[in-house]
Design a protein around this ligand. Structure first.
Ligand SMILES: Nc1nc2c(c(=O)[nH]1)N[C@H]1C(S)=C(S)[C@@H](COP(=O)(O)OP(=O)(O)OC[C@H]3O[C@@H](n4cnc5c(=O)[nH]c(N)nc54)[C@H](O)[C@@H]3O)O[C@H]1N2
Ligand SMILES: Nc1nc2c(c(=O)[nH]1)N[C@H]1C(S)=C(S)[C@@H](COP(=O)(O)OP(=O)(O)OC[C@H]3O[C@@H](n4cnc5c(=O)[nH]c(N)nc54)[C@H](O)[C@@H]3O)O[C@H]1N2
Ligand SMILES: [Mo]
Length: 793
């Protein structure tokens, strides 16, 4: 490894600067004015341009019109729920949903000749935007030790090789099975059965990098790791706090619900280091006044918090409520500030929590948040004026060292006024991938609760492993140390989504075998293990026909609604297998002898019958997973059905004490050494995680390039830089390693002081593997200590 002049190790950037091909159809990086309004006409035009270019007119019309409709498929772009049938529009999609569909339903194809033409090393040099533009994968491909190119193989050969490799490992725990959150309930359920039947709980998933902190905090405090509210709650709330989320880009259809809430008088507070366009103003493209008129102002108040300052915000708000209680004031609809009936009947731990907040000085809260006491008091007054309050959050809260503590502090605040299990009120972690919540429900979790494993064993007559397996970060550590030698990715792009790209890449390359089940080409295919296999698969929008006819699958959204999804577009290749078929065939190769007899000890399941008819899978799910009674019939209802949520539905709490828990955390916030900035790594408007649709971030005024770093103008002056400078970002972590991302254009931007922002996945090289959130082990992608280094001209 290279070293700094001082002798510290240096981890170079594997993708040093932008490649010329990224500039093929664009004029180079331009920085314009930041937009104050989201969606409206430009959103519709952009969506249509993407769709027509990739899919052509016929697929565009039939694709977009079935998106999020009762007889169509669930949009793969985010986990925001669909409105009930009468409120559903004929065009129930957003600009970014249309881009996601265009990317999946593109007419472009990658055929074996493509891999013959391009070596793996050549492909590796291309960026994520170029890789995505090459089209859909169509044929199983193999790369063996020493090969420079992938070559086609048959499905049978692929499954036999994978099964043989799995059998050859010294222990099942030397294998890890990743899941990204687009996998349907049915595929996820069979996949975890395959993995546990094989003998390991090593089931890392994208959630480990995403809302794990939310699941951990909610599970410990209210006994269920899921959000409590329904769409109706959001639309009828009186106050909505939105912290660490950029819905205008990442959950655009949420803006429609926020607009409805505003029309009924709700007030909205944005808590964010950046002034995000969707949170300030929205023009609903589905309404005339949204297309032509001024649209709706969304946030009434913007708290421009410092990165990682949210624990301070929620503690400050709690502190004012307690003070108001002492002063004999009242919350709307109550005779006091606190909902004493609720607190006494349903919670424990108030005393200690209150003592902690009373002892926390305002000077610390101001330093932690970068806000004034008056700003926090203003929002606390809004809490006192509301008897229906919702707190929503996403990655801005979950990807910090103290993420779990911060989310527990949100729960504290909500409990004080009894805003749980009351209409129009509650907790809303806004999920990312469209079925990430469902995958968890189906058992994609390295430490699934024992009662689930008991039922799984009873249903399939086998002994499931019981010890916790590896999550995402632990999987990388284990691969790095040679303890995991087999990696299978059910979707996703592990290499680019995971932290510390150089370490993750070496870890993947050190495996005996890597297998990726994918729709599109990405860098995880290009950092192969000794043997590497690509299994192409059907996407959400593709027609899925099996031996008994056309199949449907199900998904669960952010609000626990389970509903059917069935694609109808012609798949990219004739013999493409669905994820379910892939799992079933791999299970047969692994669990059956050559003559078809099941091996002793393997799960007793008819894998062929389940592949032929997905209804049989749903019957097994019904037997194993609580809340799925009468599954098949209930997904015939247009909106599907809602899974039970104790705290929301009946105010019951499956915690150790059967009550909701107030928790106590001493105030903490990330402190940045002098001359350094705290960097958050976030999404542009033109990407879906590691899939880059285009080079623009329209709302933030960035066009034609992604290597930008947004910095507060005053910080630039202090640090001796100027807008337009080109710098390297150098991350400093306690392990003494210097991580470097090269050649970023500095953009003076309205972000909180001391806080910078740049896009992932390019900046994942800067996120140290060992920098993770306490209790959830989620990489701290929103707080990376960096210095800017001027590049030699
Ligand atoms: N089009 C599109 N849609 C998507 C995705 C996509 O990539 N593209 N990804 C999907 C997935 S998997 C997910 S998880 C979601 C992600 O949805 P988001 O969480 O909205 O995604 P990010 O771009 O990471 O944005 C983080 C937001 O939090 C703010 N923030 C960062 N740090 C802090 C902090 O310390 N405190 C506060 N209060 N705010 C902070 C940032 O300024 C930014 O507005 O979106 C899903 N939907
Ligand atoms: N620095 C930094 N890193 C982050 C984050 C961050 O904010 N900052 N966010 C994190 C978050 S929230 C998440 S969720 C993860 C995302 O991590 P992942 O889910 O692993 O990444 P994606 O980019 O969503 O995966 C894209 C790939 O999925 C495949 N794919 C798409 N649809 C399908 C399908 O239907 N079936 C199958 N089998 N494959 C499909 C395609 O081949 C595509 O290339 O990244 C995390 N990484
Ligand atoms: Mo996510």
């Amino acid at each position: 490894m290279a070293t700094t002049p001082a002798g510290d190790p240096v981890r170079p950037d594997p993708h040093p600067a932008e490649h010329p091909d990224q500039d093929l159809d664009r004029p180079g990086l331009k920085v314009g004015r930041r937009k104050r309004t989201a969606a409206g006409v430009p959103g519709v035009t952009t969506a249509m341009q993407h769709a027509l270019r990739e899919m052509g007119p016929v697929r565009t019309v039939s694709g977009l019109l079935r998106m999020n409709q009762a007889d169509g498929f669930d949009c793969m772009s985010c986990a925001w729920p669909d409105p009930n049938a009468p409120d559903r529009s004929h065009a129930e999609f957003c600009e970014n949903g249309a881009k996601a569909l265009a990317s999946e339903a593109t007419r472009k194809r990658i055929r074996p000749e493509f891999f013959a033409e391009h070596s793996i090393d050549d492909l590796y040099e291309h960026d994520d935007h170029w890789l995505n533009r090459q089209g859909r994968l169509t044929t199983p491909m193999l790369r063996e030790d020493g090969d420079t190119h992938y070559r086609p193989i048959t499905w049978e050969d692929a499954f036999d090789r994978i099964a043989a490799q799995l059998r050859a490992l010294d222990s099942p725990d030397e294998a890890a099975f990743y899941t990204s959150g687009r996998t349907s309930n049915e595929a996820a359920f069979l996949y975890q059965l395959l993995v546990r039947g094989y003998g390991t709980n090593n089931l890392p998933d994208c959630s480990n990098m995403c809302h794990e902190s939310s699941g951990e905090a909610l599970g410990k405090t209210i006994g269920i790791g899921k959000g409590s509210v329904t769409l109706h709650d959001v639309e009828t709330a009186k106050l909505i706090l939105i912290a660490g989320q950029n819905p205008g880009t990442n959950h655009p259809r949420m803006l429609t619900s926020l607009e409805k809430a505003k029309e009924q008088g709700a007030r909205i507070v944005a808590i964010n280091p950046l002034p995000e366009a969707g949170l300030t103003h929205y023009r609903n493209p589905q309404r005339v006044h949204g297309m032509l008129g001024r649209g709706t102002r969304i946030a009434d108040v913007h708290l421009q918090v410092r990165l990682g300052g949210d624990l301070g915000v929620f503690q400050g708000l709690g502190k004012v409520l307690l003070e108001a209680e002492d002063a004999g004031r009242r919350s709307l609809g109550l005779t006091s500030v606190l909902d004493h009936g609720f607190v006494e009947q349903h919670t424990v731990g108030l005393e200690e929590y209150a003592a902690n907040l009373r002892a926390t000085p305002w000077s610390d809260l101001e330093e932690a948040t970068g806000l004034t006491e008056a700003q926090i008091r203003e929002v606390a007054e809004m809490l006192l004026d509301s008897d229906r309050t919702i707190v929503a959050w996403a990655m801005g809260l979950t990807q910090h060292k103290h993420a779990v503590a911060t989310i527990k502090e949100i729960v504290n605040l909500v409990l004080l006024q009894g805003n749980l299990g009351r209409p129009g009120a509650g907790l809303l972690p806004v999920r990312g991938h469209s079925n990430v919540q469902g995958d968890r429900t189906m058992g994609i979790f390295e430490k699934m609760p024992q009662p689930f494993l008991d039922r799984l064993e009873a249903e399939f007559g086998f002994a499931s492993p019981r010890e916790a397996g590896f999550d995402t970060v632990d999987t990388i550590r284990a691969m790095r140390d040679g303890r995991v030698r087999f990696f299978l990715g059910m979707g996703g792009n592990f290499l680019k989504a995971a932290p510390d790209t150089a370490v993750t890449e070496a870890a993947l390359r050190s495996c005996a075998m890597t297998v990726q089940v994918s729709t599109k080409l990405n860098h995880s295919h290009l950092a192969p293990g000794r043997t590497a296999i690509i299994l192409p698969t059907l996407g959400r929008s593709d027609l899925d026909v099996q031996r008994t006819g056309r199949q449907r699958v199900t998904v669960e959204d952010s609000m626990s609604m389970v509903h059917a999804s069935s694609g109808h577009l012609q798949p990219p290749a004739k013999d493409l297998l669905s994820e379910i078929a892939i799992v079933c065939r791999l299970a047969r190769a692994l669990f059956h002898d050559a003559d078809g007899t099941p091996r002793p000890g393997s799960p007793q399941a008819d894998w062929q019958a389940m592949e032929d008819d997905y209804r049989l899978i749903r019957r097994h799910i019904e037997a194993v997973v609580p809340g799925f009674v009468d599954y098949e019939r209930r997904i015939d209802d247009p909106g599907g059905f809602r899974l039970p949520h104790g705290p929301h539905d009946v105010r019951t709490f499956e915690t150790t004490s059967t009550k909701a828990h107030f928790t106590t955390t001493p105030l903490w916030w990330p402190r940045t050494p002098p001359g350094r900035l705290l960097l958050q790594t976030l999404r542009s408007h033109d990407q879906y995680n590691t899939t880059v649709y285009g080079p623009d971030d329209r709302y933030r005024g960035i066009h034609g390039g992604r290597r930008v770093v947004l910095v507060n103008a005053a910080d630039l002056v202090e640090l001796g830089f100027a807008d337009g400078d080109v710098v390297d970002l150098v991350s400093e972590f306690t392990d003494g390693v210097e991580r470097r991302a090269e050649a970023f254009r500095v953009v003076a931007y309205d972000t909180a002081k001391g806080c910078a922002a740049a896009y992932f996945p390019e900046t994942n090289v800067l996120v140290p593997l060992d920098s993770t959130a306490d209790d959830s082990n989620t990489p701290t992608s929103k707080s990376v200590v960096v210095r800017l280094e001027r590049r030699a001209a």
